[in-house]
Design a protein around this ligand. Structure first.
Ligand SMILES: [Zn+2]
Ligand SMILES: [Zn+2]
Ligand SMILES: [Zn+2]
Length: 372
């Protein structure tokens, strides 16, 4: 699984680079936001829908995936090792996790435990909604429409944090399993109360009664069932990078109305241990301070514009320039067509020119914040 993420990511990255060089943008992109620091450095961030099921944003190596990967790789650089927990939801309970409240609540309880009891001060948590497509192992085939995504809702919570070898893993996982067990019990009992009321109010409660029995059975089995949590860790940069790429990728790639409805506006990634403003910059790509000026130790605020729609008048272009000595330089520019009115008083109709001519003002744009 994690082996192929590297190739998939590179493939996706190349796809979007070629697109940008050809002057095209993903269909969901409404435009870009431009920024200027007081020192004259210009930035631009292309906007995307960012949805997991978007055919562009959902791809491995998409601009939005790259943004997530870079920000998280930078954040976790100082950790000695990268610990990776995967918390799975038993199959018979998955339908209850189409409720965003439950997704949020379980995540909150587990993270609180990690922060308060295990003193894990920084980390990232992100749900995956589907596993990989079984026939192709996630590489993409006809069955999964090339997306690599499995078809059954299979929510599992990925947590990355500063953690390495754990001597007594069972001991470590025990309290987390306890949280899970009591959480599952709680939401099942909620179902029980709900069904009891339903049964009372229905004239023909057969269906509700059998549901009731089923839920009661589940309550019994959850107590004894072995809950599944996987833990692994790695230290070399290459493996760490691949883990981050894997965790931050999209998994909800095949359209499903119910799941779309359930996850609408659900905030999937949460990080802890950083300032709120830093986290926001990650998501929007809009840094508060100019990173170029910061290299010389100066904090200069970037002022960002409103959305500028992709158009012929305002263009963001991206190309490689081969210099005389043969080196290739990546060049990004923002160009604005400027109209000059020569008077425009030619109303005779004999002159086809409108009296308005234009040229393009070109500004170099810093790539670091652009199409990452
Ligand atoms: Zn999109
Ligand atoms: Zn497949
Ligand atoms: Zn600057």
């Amino acid at each position: 699984m994690t082996d192929s993420i590297e190739t998939q990511y590179i493939k996706g990255k190349r796809f979007f680079e070629a697109m940008a060089k050809a002057g095209r943008y993903p269909a969901c992109s409404p435009g870009f936001i431009s920024g200027l620091c007081a020192g004259g450095h210009r930035f631009a961030t292309v906007q995307f829908c960012g949805r997991e099921y978007c055919p562009d944003c959902g791809r491995d190596g998409s601009p939005i995936h790259q943004r997530r990967v870079n920000s998280f790789f930078n954040r976790s650089k100082d950790w000695a090792q990268l610990g990776y927990l995967v918390i799975t939801i038993p199959q018979e309970l998955r339908y209850l996790f189409l409720n965003p409240e439950n997704l949020r609540d379980l995540r909150k309880r587990i993270l609180r435990r990690l922060k308060e009891r295990f003193k894990i001060s920084q980390g990232l948590a992100r749900w995956h909604w589907f596993g990989d497509c079984e026939p192709c192992g996630g590489a993409g085939c006809a069955i999964c429409a090339g997306t690599g995504s499995g078809k059954n809702f299979n929510p599992h919570l990925n947590i990355l944090f500063d953690g390495g070898f754990i001597a007594d893993l069972d001991q470590f996982l025990k309290p987390i399993k306890k949280i899970m067990q009591s959480f599952f019990n709680m939401i099942l009992w909620k179902e029980v109360y709900f069904l009891r009321q339903k049964i009372r109010s229905e004239s023909n409660p057969d269906e509700s009664l059998s549901m009731y029995d089923l839920v009661m059975q589940k309550i019994e089995t959850i107590k004894t069932d072995d809950l599944v949590i996987n833990y692994s860790y790695c230290s070399d940069p290459k493996n760490r990078m691949n883990k981050i790429k894997y965790v931050t990728r999209s998994t909800f790639r095949l359209w499903d109305d119910n799941i779309k409805k359930a996850l609408n506006n659900f905030r999937n990634s949460v990080v802890w241990g950083w300032k709120k403003s830093e986290v926001q910059a990650d998501e929007t790509g809009h840094e508060k301070y100019c990173p170029i000026c910061q290299q010389s130790g100066i904090n200069k605020v970037i002022s960002w514009t409103n959305l500028i729609r992709h158009s012929n008048n305002y263009k963001l272009s991206y190309h490689d320039i081969t210099e005389k000595n043969g080196t290739v330089r990546r060049w990004t520019e923002f160009s604005q067509s400027v109209k000059i009115d020569y008077g425009g008083n030619d109303k005779s109709g004999t002159n086809n020119k409108s009296g308005i001519d234009g040229y393009r003002k070109r500004f170099p744009v810093n790539i670091s914040a652009l199409f990452l």
